[in-house]
Write a protein that binds this ligand. Structure first.
Ligand SMILES: *[C@@H]1O[C@H](CO)[C@@H](O)[C@H](O)[C@H]1NC(C)=O
Ligand SMILES: *[C@@H]1O[C@H](CO)[C@@H](O)[C@H](O)[C@H]1NC(C)=O
Ligand SMILES: *[C@@H]1O[C@H](CO)[C@@H](O)[C@H](O)[C@H]1NC(C)=O
Ligand SMILES: *[C@@H]1O[C@H](CO)[C@@H](O)[C@H](O)[C@H]1NC(C)=O
Ligand SMILES: *[C@@H]1O[C@H](CO)[C@@H](O)[C@H](O)[C@H]1NC(C)=O
Ligand SMILES: *[C@@H]1O[C@H](CO)[C@@H](O)[C@H](O)[C@H]1NC(C)=O
Ligand SMILES: *[C@@H]1O[C@H](CO)[C@@H](O)[C@H](O)[C@H]1NC(C)=O
Length: 836
């Protein structure tokens, strides 16, 4: 029996010491538990050559980014799915999405999560937790509260695939899970012996070996990961074991709260007894707790229901957990409708089919690429479809026929690459997301910059939903989008300051309109919000206004177009040509820096410049002092970084920076000096901005510096929290183009595949990017010449119709930079050159 165990224990590190005692415990588990599809084990070798075909899912490793701050959700989910079950760990600093690939303890298996977010854990509501039995067969002696029940995992046992997650607990239970849109399905695998040895994790922190009579007990704790619940109700039906309940929880990076509900049903074993628990006290005489059922308001912390079974005849118990934001009754309906049969493998297969289909819009020639690169690409692509989450039909806030998406977490991160990617690979969903954003404007008065759990999230910089809407309009997303209302929404951002602009819209609108910049000493009387970030808000407002101008042009609002184009020059008002790059090195006390001059700098209302060290908030100098509520003039980045953020007029910026040669040297210095931090989304575009100075080859060069060294297939393989955007960066880079979000512009670099094709939105054709002289060692990374549908093509950028109409773009590659894409007429458009 050890044979199947070892060969099918599927994760990395399985050869490292798994205590022998475990082999024995595990040996008693049913063999089918350890029977992952053969393709997981053998598929990798067969797929190495040739085109990606049917079984692309083998290259998706959801565990990438589950340490090192990636905060990725690796559990079971459908694309944009609401139900997101996974194991929740107690490493709260890292467990933003529940699971962490380290040695932290597993405290439960909850139903709702947000993937890739920064900061605190988000959601993690309704934690199921199984125990094989209770000491002395006394249910009061089982563990109920998080701190007591948290159990170590079997090292290396975490297994994740699209639609499936599993992990072995050190209490002898192997837990598998899968999901539909609004329901999780768990398969708890119990040992078969009558007396089960297991490691009891005592609250003292000690692990005490025990045996318990085989009589599984499963608890449902209505806690969330952030322990933010207030109130709530929960009950269990003593006959059927059905559990229902809900509570009120706090939004993780925003204002306000939300209510969530669940409904759990069990199959596979006879019920012995049921009950409830409040903190560590469990009873079998009370079957319902909370204000709905009694005078007792459930206090903070662990509380919920439990059901104890006689030992399961097939050593498996299934738990179906429907979720809802409307009511527990709707949670029950969701579970019943989506998983009527409790067929675990059917649900897994259905999820695989959906993911397979989503990813089938891309065909890549895998020739020569190693498995690490393939996994980096496909897993990143997969992650771009985890969130925003589709909560259509689950919005308790207003009635609407529009789709409702939530977990725009945050648009400041996602507008740059994720939404433009979805526009190409999943335009239907991107269209629905745009409609949801406009419907949020209609019902809440403003577009969000960040939104999670039906709550307003904090605005990090500008009103960047403006860019998302502009991008969609320019790229002809139309189905059902009310562009009149959409335009009203972006104009509202630009013109009407909300009383609390920390969660929507913009602050300092009067200064913006009169001074043309956000002064560092702004005395904004119209609304309240953190008066920091004067540089980053200025450049973001300028770009947001630019994209509004593009919308105005598209929609025929001539006067608005002129007005917003004018404001889009406002970034220049913070340009301080003499400001240099010096700082005091903390370690040596000496003045360090470079000879680069000219940076965006904070400015007072009276016009006099103030200062912020150009490298402040970069990895080389005081990186962690520029957040939402800190006082500096930039947000999560340095003046060095923000001084490149002029996507609307790179030509002007390049001349301010001393012309193309100087600009290229300066951008190279930015990338090579440690000032750039690829773990954050504003740092994506500067990788490709060499294009604007006629050096597309330098962009290609830097792409290869970052992939795979910072974006790779290890569990630590994402340089910062994912926000579903890090994967979009690598996906674009692999495919050979990168969007200038909000414009009809993609900057071209050679695909990292010999050839890659993307299905056109009508589903009928393909857009192909192909390399001649491709070598998988990436020696030939420079475009020598290009042909678009057979005709010479010298522009270093391309427009969206290429992806709509289909066609073939062929590059000839070489080991040295060439003349290709370097001439004035080859450059991407800029305002000041009259090309926009
Ligand atoms: C179960 O344990 C509790 C607390 O340890 C004890 O009070 C109770 O008597 C026990 N029940 C039985 C049936 O032994
Ligand atoms: C699990 O394995 C990793 C190495 O793969 C090791 O660092 C860690 O200490 C192990 N944890 C336990 C609890 O054995
Ligand atoms: C798991 O339990 C075994 C005994 O059953 C114990 O020896 C081991 O230390 C435990 N592992 C962890 C990681 O706690
Ligand atoms: C438990 O469920 C059964 C079957 O649906 C139902 O008939 C019974 O009334 C329920 N019990 C309680 C206490 O609600
Ligand atoms: C602006 O205000 C600052 C600080 O109060 C002062 O030092 C500076 O001289 C003023 N500049 C002008 C032009 O008045
Ligand atoms: C993979 O990426 C991570 C995070 O960016 C990085 O720390 C690590 O060094 C990379 N690994 C390899 C082998 O390049
Ligand atoms: C959008 O549609 C219009 C009209 O059909 C067309 O002229 C334009 O080229 C399209 N734009 C893009 C980016 O596909």
């Amino acid at each position: 029996m050890a044979g199947p165990f070892l060969t099918t224990f599927p994760r990395r590190r399985r050869v490292l010491a798994v205590p022998v005692v475990f082999l024995l415990i595990w040996a008693f588990l049913p063999i089918e538990t350890f029977n992952p599809p053969r393709r997981v084990l053998f598929g990798i070798t067969t797929a190495l050559a040739g085109k990606s075909t049917s079984d692309i899912l083998q290259f998706v490793d959801p565990l990438i980014g589950t340490v090192n701050g990636g905060h990725v959700f690796p559990g079971a989910t459908l694309p944009y799915g609401m139900a997101k079950p996974v194991a929740d760990t107690n490493n709260y600093g890292e467990a933003a999405a529940g699971f962490v690939s380290d040695d932290s303890l597993i405290q439960g298996f909850s139903q709702l999560h947000d993937s890739g977010t920064g900061g605190n854990p988000s959601m993690g509501n309704f934690q199921l937790f199984p125990q094989p039995g209770c000491p002395e067969d006394n249910f009061t002696r089982c563990s109920y509260v998080v701190s007591e029940r948290a159990t170590s995992r079997i090292n290396g046992s975490a297994t994740a695939r699209p639609g499936y997650f599993a992990i072995g607990l050190n209490n002898s239970i192997y837990v598998e899970m899968t999901a539909t849109a609004h329901a999780s399905l768990f398969r708890f695998n119990f040992p078969s012996e009558a007396e089960v040895p297991y490691m009891y994790a005592a609250s003292s922190g000690e692990s005490i070996p025990r045996t318990v009579p085989n009589s599984p007990l499963i608890i449902m704790d209505i806690i969330d990961l952030g322990n933010s619940r207030s109130g709530g109700d929960v009950k269990v039906n003593a006959t059927t074991g059905r559990m229902q309940g809900g509570g009120k929880f706090r939004a993780s990076f925003g204002q306000g709260s939300y209510e969530a509900y669940f409904c759990a049903d069990f199959r596979g074993a006879e019920i012995r007894r049921t009950g409830t628990f409040l903190h560590e006290k469990a009873t079998d005489s009370v079957q319902a707790i909370g204000a709905l059922y009694s005078d007792v308001r459930i206090p903070h912390g662990s509380a919920g229901t439990w059901v104890q079974f006689v030992s399961a005849p097939k050593n498996q118990i299934l738990a179906r957990v429907g979720v809802s934001f409307i009511s527990a009754a709707q949670a029950c309906l969701n579970g019943e409708r989506e998983i009527p049969d409790f067929e675990f493998s059917r649900v897994v297969t259905a999820a695989e089919v959906v993911w397979q289909e989503k990813l089938s819009v891309i065909k890549a020639d895998h020739t020569g690429l190693n498995v690490d690169l393939l996994k980096t690409f496909w897993s990143g692509l997969y992650r771009t479809m985890l969130s925003p989450q589709d909560y259509t039909g689950e919005n308790p806030l207003w009635q609407s026929d529009e789709p409702y998406y939530d977990s725009f977490y945050c648009i400041w991160d996602s507008f740059r690459a994720q939404h433009p990617l979805l526009t190409i690979i999943d335009p239907e969903t991107q269209t629905d997301m745009v409609r949801a954003l406009i419907d949020i404007y209609k019902n809440e008065g403003k577009l969000p910059d960040c939104r999670m759990s039906f709550s307003k999230g904090f605005t990090q910089g500008g009103s960047n939903a403006d860019v998302v809407l502009a991008d969609a309009l320019i790229k002809n997303l139309t189905r059902g989008i009310d562009w009149t209302l959409g335009y009203e929404a972006v104009v509202s951002d630009a013109e009407e300051e909300p009383s609390d602009w920390s969660v929507s819209g913009r602050g300092g609108i009067e200064s913006w309109q009169t001074l043309g910049y956000i002064p560092v000493d702004d005395d904004d009387r119209k609304g309240t919000g953190p008066l920091s970030r004067s540089i980053s808000r200025t450049v973001e407002y300028a770009y947001d206004d630019f994209t509004i101008a593009l919308m105005a042009r598209e929609l025929g609002h001539k006067a608005d177009e002129a007005k917003y184009l004018k404001r889009s020059h406002n970034w220049k008002n913070l340009w301080r040509p003499d400001y240099d790059d010096h700082y005091r090195d903390k370690a040596t006390g000496t003045i360090q820096g470079s000879s680069w001059k000219g940076f965006l700098q904070p400015r007072l209302r009276n016009g006099t410049f103030s200062e912020q060290t150009a490298r402040m908030c970069s990895p080389v100098y005081e990186q962690h002092v520029c957040y939402f509520d800190t006082r500096h003039s930039t947000y999560e980045g340095s003046p060095w970084l923000y001084s490149f953020y002029v996507p609307q007029d790179m030509a002007s910026l390049i001349s301010l920076m001393g012309g193309p040669t100087s600009f290229v040297e300066r951008l190279d210095y930015f990338h090579s000096s440690g000032i750039n931090y690829m773990g954050n989304e504003p740092n994506f575009l500067p990788t490709f901005q060499f294009h604007y100075a006629g050096r597309p080859g330098r962009s290609a060069y830097w792409v290869h510096q970052y992939i795979p060294s910072l974006f790779n297939s290890s569990i630590a393989g994402i340089p910062g929290n994912d926000d579903c955007a890090m994967g979009a960066f690598s996906a674009f880079a692999f495919m050979g183009f990168f969007p200038v979000a909000g414009q009809n512009v993609y900057l071209l670099t050679p695909p990292m595949f010999r050839e890659v094709s993307i299905r056109t939105p009508d589903g009928k054709g393909w857009t192909t990017l192909r390399n001649a002289n491709f070598d998988s060692e990436y020696t030939n990374i420079y475009i020598q010449s290009a042909k678009l549908n057979g005709k010479q093509y010298t522009r270093n950028w391309i427009t969206h119709d290429f992806f709509v109409d289909g066609g073939v773009l062929e590059f000839v590659l070489g080991p040295k930079e060439s003349e290709w894409g370097t001439q004035k007429e080859d450059l991407p458009p800029s305002l000041s050159t009259g090309t926009i």
